[in-house]
Design a protein around this ligand. Structure first.
Ligand SMILES: Cc1ncc(COP(=O)(O)O)c(C=O)c1O
Length: 393
């Protein structure tokens, strides 16, 4: 039995608010915060840079976190790179890939800007881009992605779960058909890691990017990049920490993951992330998914039943519910939710303007759920939205 009330004890901030902005960032559980506190108060040193005990202890904890994350994502620590966020992870790939003039990339219209702009910017290097349209619920047809491939296509970049619609893409199908054409795939797992069971080995993307601060419950300033064949891309940053030997004319990089982690990394953040991932693993992603889906789907169907409320996304949504109250600006709705019931939701374009444009609206209100949300919170959300809608009816 999933005991959400005991889970909530690990997130003290939830005593003060109804937090439904989990697609933006989640709260971090006490054991992960304690792990960071322990770093600061007991052994803070630099990673991989010293023989003394604090440097060694820091390195051990940092590398243990890598093992935990890799184990959780069902992949290999040697291919698991720590970054500052998903945006950085994606830019490392777009900047490091060996592009040639005339190469082609396929993305979709339902991407977060962080998985769109890094590819759009490649136009400056002669790389062409095709943007595949999803249906009106934010679902991309894998067949449309496949037929966008041409003989210069090198890479497909696609979200696993949309941060606007809560739609899930058929990643397995997209990857299989891309690989048959020798095309690489980057999966933006920002809204899936920690929310749905993941097995990177069997999913088989070439790159998988996710922040640490969403479903994985880690602190802000952490991100992950899985790279299947690390020699395929050049590091975006060079300098200390990523180099094996240097002469006055050249250098030899360390192998992955160090190759992609130049400079002093976010040691406390990564150590906190490692502990947060253990926390998620102990509860079980299957349990978490079941709990979140029951809340999100209940919220979506009850909100859709309110006169004057429009809900977007597919029926079999993930834990994201975007909606609007007709006749009201999304920001005003969000502000009233906060001021009347301390309900924290996101409003606006969610860093996904082209996806929102598909809906022909000026943004949406977005409620997004995590393992610590409750049925009572859904009830309060639905009741408050119903009251707001009755104001404009
Ligand atoms: C689907 C998706 N991709 C990328 C990002 C960017 O994540 P970050 O801000 O950690 O770089 C987000 C953040 O909301 C997202 O939802």
């Amino acid at each position: 039995m999933y005991d959400v009330h005991s889970v909530r004890e690990d997130f003290p901030v939830l005593k003060n608010v109804i937090y439904l902005d989990n697609a933006a960032t989640t709260q971090t559980p006490v054991p992960a915060v304690r792990a960071m506190e322990e770093y600061f108060f007991r052994y803070a040193g630099n990673h991989g840079r010293g023989a003394h005990r604090l440097a060694r202890e820091t390195t051990d904890h940092y590398e243990d976190a890598r093992e935990s994350v890799a184990h959780f994502l069902k992949t290999d620590a040697k291919r698991t790179v720590f970054t500052g966020n998903a945006t950085e992870s994606i830019n490392i790939v777009s900047r490091g890939f060996p592009w040639e003039d005339g190469d082609h990339v396929v993305v979709t219209l339902v991407e977060h800007h962080s998985n769109l702009l890094p590819w759009m910017r490649l136009k400056d290097e002669g790389v062409n881009i095709t943007i595949v349209r999803p249906d009106i619920t934010g679902v991309v047809d894998p067949e449309d992605v496949r037929s966008a491939i041409n003989d210069r296509t090198r890479l497909i970049a696609v979200n696993h779960i949309s941060n606007v619609f809560g739609s899930r893409q058929d990643i397995t199908k997209i990857i299989r058909s891309a690989h048959r054409e020798d095309v690489r795939v980057l999966v933006d797992g920002s809204q899936s890691a920690g929310h749905v069971p993941l097995d990177i080995n069997s999913m088989d993307p070439d790159f998988f990017a996710t922040p640490g601060h969403k479903g994985l419950l880690g602190p802000q300033g952490t991100g992950i990049l899985y790279i299947k064949e690390p020699d395929m891309i050049e590091p975006m940053f060079v300098g200390g920490g990523m180099v094996r030997s240097v002469t006055d004319s050249c250098y030899e990089a360390e192998p992955c993951p160090a190759k992609f982690e130049a400079g002093t990394p976010n040691m406390p953040g990564v150590i906190g992330l490692g502990r947060a991932v253990e926390y998620v693993r102990n509860i079980g992603v299957d349990m978490i998914e079941k709990h979140e889906l029951s809340l999100a789907r209940d919220a979506a169907s009850r909100l859709a039943g309110i006169d004057g409320v429009e809900v977007y996304g597919p029926r079999d949504r993930a834990s994201v519910v975007s909606f609007n109250v007709k006749g009201m600006n999304a920001h005003d709705v969000a502000m009233i939710l906060d001021q009347t019931k301390k309900i924290c939701v996101r409003s606006g374009y969610h860093c996904a303007i082209p996806g929102i444009d598909l809906l022909g609206v000026d943004g949406t209100v977005r409620a997004s759920f995590a393992l610590y949300n409750t049925q009572e919170e859904v009830d309060i959300l639905v009741e408050t939205v119903s009251n707001i809608a009755s104001l404009v009816a």
